[in-house]
Design a protein around this ligand. Sequence first.
Ligand code: G
Ligand code: MN
Length: 350
Amino acid sequence: MDDGERTFQPFEGACLYLWPPTPAAELAIHRALEPEYTLRRSSSALVFTAGEERMRQALERLRRTVTGPDRERTRALLVPGCARIGTDAIPLVRSLDELLDEQDVDSALRVLDENRMQIHFQPIVEASFPARVFGWEALLRVATGDGRVRSPAEVIRSARKQGLTVRLNLAIISAAVAEAVRLGLDGKLFLNLDPAILVESLLPAEVMEALVLEAGLEPGRIVLELLETLAAPDEEVLKSILEPYRRVGFRIAIDDLGAGHSSLNLMHMVRPDLVKLDMAMVRGLDRDRYKATLVGQLIELAHSLGAAVIVEGIEEQAELEWVQAQRADYAQGWLIARPANPPARPNPSL
Ligand code: G
Ligand code: MN
């Protein structure tokens, strides 16, 4: 990935070389860029020259209109400063698909290299004493560079595509742990992990343990949130994957329970210490008897299996009251506090 650096140095002007594999792909590229942008033809390539802003717009048009095999099979080379192409350019030629990914603001590689990750924290409180903090969920936010902050979904997707899931997760966890220590946060620290990391054993328990200890945190304070999109292998395999993390003291939570299809199945495979009920389950349940019954039963079910229940996404007083009445253990949501850094303490009027 060393050569990646060169491609997104800020450039004054650049030349984009494209080698479409077929006349149809060539046509798609012409359609994407013309008439606003003019394409030249060099001996074998289509060439487009522009300043930084115009190049960004052109890439955006290509991103929107050139799709599928045309995008994967077109070779592309971006030459900052339009220097003459020599043999040193060979390793920089990639598919148009990869080039568009790399140049995207949400490219995981760019976000990492440009240090645009921020960690926000949202308190998880005791349901019946919302002023009492049980722990904090670390949430990744990405600075766009123009002062705004975005949710990380695109960056996470991009990391998967660019093969950077481990690097991104490691960076998030390290930053979250360091930031929690710097801010002197109390209670548990909830970390969202890409399920693939665990299933493929890409960040072994020993590595995570060392990382946490070196930052100055007790592993017993860490809760790993697993998404139910966990591509669950069979039960025995999953148990043996999770075992080492439990042995070093991490707790396991199932995140977003009720948002997908496999939740109950996952529940029995993971035997979580905590479950987080998805906000879709919670929204408006004080006005919907059917939903209320379902959630009430889920809370009871979790309890009888020995898991504590966190209800997520609480936005209204009535939702919190309902959740208290159902004896959920913990609560999280905008009503209590929004994710922020510096973190916001729970709303004292609850
Ligand atoms: O998948 P997971 O549950 O980890 O996602 C948590 C996301 O939900 C975060 O991005 C957080 O900002 C958001 N969030 C937290 N509390 C609330 C809430 O009360 N309402 C809504 N709509 N979103 C919330
Ligand atoms: Mn979560």
